[in-house]
Design a protein around this ligand. Structure first.
Ligand SMILES: [Fe+2]
Length: 249
């Protein structure tokens, strides 16, 4: 399994606090069968990209000795975009997932998304050739209330990430399964923050997905995620896009 979204690096954001928590999260990931972890601390634009990359490297050095055998780490970031005063293209590119041309982006949680936000995403894709991965698409008021927004993001060239807990949370599971059935999920992440309330839960998610009869989709998703980390993106035309409205729920 690959976990594409985590806050395991210690003391850099609201994720792991101290080495002990980071170590515990790393161990939990290995126990869940995760063999590759993308480390994606929040980037809110409060620091320069240079400062952020330096702090990220320091945090990585602190956990190196605690990485379970057989687990590979990869650096990334979760970059908040809102359509106004966002980081410029070169900053976004510098914050991409190591070894890829993909950037994990977090969008506003509440309210409708502005046309400026869609323009910013569009412009970033066309000007850089990089691909935004929209983090935890089940957590936004915009996507939950207007599921067709997810189709629009995919049509624009974004990839879609779901949190593993989306399949087991009452408020989001129908949405998550509907996206999965329609081939509209490209990668999963645990968004693990701490060992108590937000620990890795891959196995629980896998059980829920299998019980929903989506074992094949789960395997496909594993392959898509592996491919995208090796630089091979799903073809936009191959993504099964349907008008994805409330009737699917
Ligand atoms: Fe996150």
């Amino acid at each position: 399994m690959i976990d594409i979204h985590t806050h395991i690096l210690p003391d850099i954001d609201d994720g792991a606090s101290g080495l002990a928590e980071a170590e515990s999260l790393l161990r939990a990931e290995a126990e869940q069968g995760v063999h590759e972890i993308v480390l994606t601390p929040h980037y809110y634009g409060k620091r320069t990209v240079g400062q952020f990359l330096y702090l990220r490297m320091q945090a990585l050095e602190r956990i190196r000795d605690f990485v379970p055998q057989g687990v590979k780490l990869r650096l990334g970031a979760e970059v908040f975009l809102k359509g106004i005063n966002d980081p410029p293209d070169d900053a976004l590119c510098a914050l991409c997932i190591e070894g890829t041309k993909c950037v994990l982006v977090e969008l506003p949680y509440f309210g409708r998304w502005s046309s400026m936000l869609f323009s910013r995403l569009n412009e970033f894709i066309s000007e850089t050739g990089y691909t935004p991965i929209v983090a935890h698409v089940e957590r936004y008021e915009e996507t939950l209330q207007n599921p067709a927004t997810v189709s629009a993001l995919i049509e624009m060239g974004c990839l879609i990430q779901l949190n593993t807990c989306a399949f087991t949370t009452k408020e989001t599971k129908r949405f998550a399964f509907a996206l999965m059935r329609n081939g509209m999920v490209h990668c999963l992440g645990t968004d693990a923050h701490n060992p108590k309330e937000r620990a890795p839960d891959y196995q629980k998610a896998q059980r829920a997905v299998e019980e929903a009869g989506l074992s094949k989709e789960w395997e496909d998703l594993k392959n898509t995620t592996r491919d995208l980390l090796s630089g091979k993106l799903p073809q936009r035309t191959q993504v099964k896009i349907r008008k994805f409205g409330k009737r699917y729920f």
